[in-house]
Structures are given as C-alpha cells and as structure tokens.
Write a protein that binds this ligand. Structure first.
Ligand code: SF4
Ligand code: SF4
Length: 480
C-alpha cells in the first residue's frame, strides 16, 4: 500500500546536480569538528565573564551540546537524515576509508540490529563518566573512540561507497533513524513499493545504496541516510523524494519494517538519558552516593575509591572520578533506563491489551502504540539536551530564565500532545468508537506520558538541587 502524497522534483534536481560536491562540505565539517574538539584542549579555562565569543571551550561546548545534537534530531522531522547524507564527517570518513579497504563481506554478528541499543547505552553512559559536556579531554577521547571504530569498520567492510558503520553501528545514526519514522520527507520507489517476494532480502550489500537497501522494496526510512544516490532524473526509474504527513511511517509502522530493537530503544532511552541528567542535579543521588559509599567503607573495600582509568572517566581540574563514581553513575543510569523501560512497557501493554479483541493482535497493537510514543520519548531527550543552549542564551545573551522555561515547557508539551494525538488516533482506528475501552486505553497512555514528563521535569523546568561541582561547571560560582 502507498501513502505517498507529493513528489518533490526540485529536491531531486538539487541532489542530482550537487550531490558530487557534498564531499567538500563533509571535508569542511571534518576540519570544523577537528578544531572544535582539539582547540579546547589547549585553551585556558573560562572565567565567569567569558562567553562563547571569547572562550573556545565554551564555544565548543555550546556548538556540540547546545546546538548540534538537538538541531540534528529536530531536523530529521523535516529533512529526514539529511545531516547523515550531506554533512556528517564521520560517516563520510568511514565511506572514504572503505574505498581503499579490505571490502570483506559483512559477518552475521555485524548485521545484528541490537547494536542500536548496546552502542547507544554504552556511549550515553561513557558520555557521563567522561563528562563530555564539560570536560574537553572527555569529549576528545570519546570522539577518538568513535572515529577510530568508524574507520576500522569502514576499512574492513566498506564496499563500493557503502557505509556499514552508518547502517549497523553508529549510535547517533540509530537515534536519528528512530526519529526518521516521524519525518515528512521520504525516499521511495517511483513505481510504488513492490510486494517483496520471500526470495528477496530487504538489504543487499555492495549495490547503489550505501546502507544496503534493496531499493525496489524499500518501505522504511530508518536506515536511509538521505544521501540521494538512488535519485534518478528519469521519470519512472529509481527513487523519488516525497512529502508525506508527519509521523505517517510511524502510524503505518506495521507496513514499514518495525524493529524489536527500536521498540526496546523507545522504551529504555528516556530513562537512560534522564538518569544521565538527574545524577547531576538531584539530591537523591548524593544521598545514594553517601549510603553506598558508606557500605563499602564499612566493609573495608577501599580500592573502589581509587582513581578510575582516564580511558573511561573524567579526570579534569575540578573532578577526579573514582571507580566508585564510574560504577555508581553507570548503575544509576542503567537503573533509570530499566525501571522506566519496564514501567513504559507495562503501561503500553495495558493500553494495547484493552484495544484488542483477539489475543494474536495484542503484539501488533503494542508495536503500533509504542511507535506513536516516539515524539515524547525522543523529543524529551532533545529538550533535556537543549539545557546547554538555554544556559548560554541566558548567560551570554541575556535571555530571561522565564522565557527559556516557557520555550522548554512548550516543546515538552508539544511532544506530549503529539504522542497523545497519535496514540488516540491509533486506538480509535482499532476500536472504531469512543467507549469505555477507548477511554481506559487512553488513560494508560496518559499515565505513560505523565511519567516521562515527570522524569524530565527537574532537568528541564524544575529548580533542582545542584552540586558545587555542577555550579562551577556552569559558571554559577567561581572556584577559588
Ligand atoms: S549514521 Fe552516524 S556516522 Fe553515519 S552519517 Fe549518520 S551520524 Fe554520521
Ligand atoms: S535509499 Fe539508500 S541510496 Fe537512497 S537516499 Fe536512502 S540511503 Fe541513499
């Protein structure tokens, strides 16, 4: 079935005309990244009076954590993964290395979709233990790890301009892939998506598409990096660029290759990411730290308080993480991820159970409802990440805290209402009337949304406890 609406010929022409020049933009982005990662290592520490215009460290932090990550995620809703196809230096580097690499066939373990969850979890936790938002060395090391892995994967498995790193491993690409289910832009076969025979795989390595789509059967956007290689100016050949309703792919997800690991990701990522903010700002974490630390001392286990390896932890002027810190931050984040994931799954399962009449439809209803939660699940992470943006806007450009809070609240509310609307539409589509079952089912969705809202409240809007270290980091107090 096709739900395409409007073909964007002008966008196709842009790709056909300018695609070969994208490498220059990617090269420029590579040097910009290199500068923003390396220059802060040799810059003097900012003082309270410094701004992003006078301090390279503050500029780098702002561009990475205030602008880039949030803008990347938001942009996917409008442009698809254009960041990946047009700008990203990491994917481009991995592709270029593949041109001179070993071109090995992809082993089965590489093609496991679960890397999405594993790598996102590892990188999110390392981001905290290495304090990539505030420790320039932490950021540099994490980028070094990720770039090295991308180069190794590209060198070993890249074939004919393929991007196995982007297809199977990149943690940023995977989160962008989930958000792309909401995108209003989609690359689809011009002759309509064909019914895929059982003999045909959904993905084939070494053809035209860098992420290995078997193009005539492409019916999902999560692995499409919007590179435009498949676009043809012949009227009825290749793929075209189409405008569709927002979240259309999520709404018809059962026809668009739902993925169990994406579902797991939607369930656990809000808790995991929120845990990464809350340990910094909630008094609860300090209480936990004191009591767990006290337990280790009472049992004479002092080695845990040794300085942790700098390969996985921040060892900056204002903090030296111990193995205890690394372990506790990791456990705290994983704990949040698992607890929020389980609660989310239970609430969505209860909602799905109420809308199905036959048991075998339960799984489909659960998948459908979970995908409708992408706006609140993922956009809440972006809003949390926007913190740096508003911090700088307030400190450097005088944006009032009230206005910043209102903008964040509006974004959070917007994502909640969007998910609520999508789930209500799906539930109505399944029940076909507004009755008690409809209301009860929607109540469980409301509980889920309220839980995510509550989770992000302190990090986005609340006046939370803030440790001395965090105040120094945020330049609220000046260290003596
Ligand atoms: S998948 Fe990752 S590495 Fe590849 S282009 Fe996208 S962000 Fe860059
Ligand atoms: S389907 Fe493949 S070739 Fe076409 S835009 Fe997407 S990633 Fe590029």
């Amino acid at each position: 079935m096709r739900f395409l609406t409007y073909r964007l010929h002008w966008a196709e022409q842009l790709f056909i005309k300018y695609r070969k020049h994208l490498k220059y933009i990617q090269l420029a982005m590579f040097f910009a990244f290199l500068y923003l990662v390396i220059a802060p290592l040799f810059s003097t520490r900012p003082t309270f009076d410094d701004t992003i215009l006078t301090s390279t460290i503050l500029l780098s932090q702002f561009l990475f954590w205030g602008l880039w990550y949030g803008a990347c995620l938001f942009s996917v809703i409008i442009f698809g993964r254009l960041w990946c196809g047009a700008l990203c230096p990491l994917g481009a580097l991995s592709e270029w290395v593949g041109l001179i690499g070993l071109k090995k066939p992809l082993p089965k373990w590489v093609q496991w979709d679960g890397w999405l969850v594993i790598l996102f979890t590892v990188v999110t936790i390392l981001g905290q233990t290495m304090d990539v938002r505030d420790d320039a060395w932490g950021l540099a090391k994490l980028f070094l790890y990720i770039f090295s892995l991308a180069i190794i994967v590209g060198y070993l498995f890249g074939q004919h301009g393929g991007r196995p790193w982007c297809r199977y491993f990149c943690p940023i690409g995977k989160i962008l892939g989930v958000v792309s289910r909401l995108s209003i832009i989609n690359f689809m076969p011009n002759n309509g998506v064909k019914e895929k025979p059982a003999s045909q795989p959904s993905y084939i390595q070494g053809r035209l598409c860098p992420t290995d789509y078997n193009l005539p059967y492409k019916n999902s956007s999560n692995n499409c990096i919007t590179c435009g290689a498949c676009v043809s100016d012949k009227k009825k050949a290749g793929l075209g660029i189409y405008l569709q309703k927002p979240a259309q792919e999520a709404k018809y997800i059962l026809l668009n290759q739902p993925n169990k690991y994406e579902i797991l990701f939607i369930l656990i990522s809000p808790g995991l990411a929120a845990g990464g903010f809350l340990w910094l700002i909630l008094h609860q974490y300090q209480v936990l730290r004191d009591s767990v630390g006290g337990w280790f001392m009472a049992h004479n286990i002092f080695s845990i308080f040794n300085q942790a390896s700098s390969f996985i932890s921040s060892q900056a002027w204002n903090q030296h993480f111990t193995w205890f810190d690394v372990g506790l931050i990791t456990s705290y984040m994983l704990g949040y991820g698992i607890i929020v994931g389980i609660l989310s799954a239970l609430l969505l399962a209860a909602s799905a159970w109420l809308v199905v009449e036959r048991k075998h439809n339960f799984k489909k209803a659960f998948i459908l409802l979970t995908y409708q939660c992408i706006p609140i699940a993922i956009l809440s992470i972006v809003i949390g990440l926007c913190g740096k943006f508003f911090e700088v806007m307030h400190h450097d450009f005088g944006l009032s805290l009230k206005i910043a809070a209102m903008i964040k609240f509006s974004l959070l509310l917007g994502s909640m209402l969007w998910s609520l609307w999508l789930t209500a539409t799906v539930i109505f589509g399944l029940i076909r009337q507004i009755n008690l079952r409809f209301c009860l089912s929607l109540t469980f969705i409301l509980l889920y949304i309220a839980m995510i809202f509550y989770l992000w409240w302190p990090a986005t809007l609340g006046h939370a406890y803030m440790s001395e270290v965090e105040k120094i980091r945020q330049h609220i107090v000046i260290p003596k």
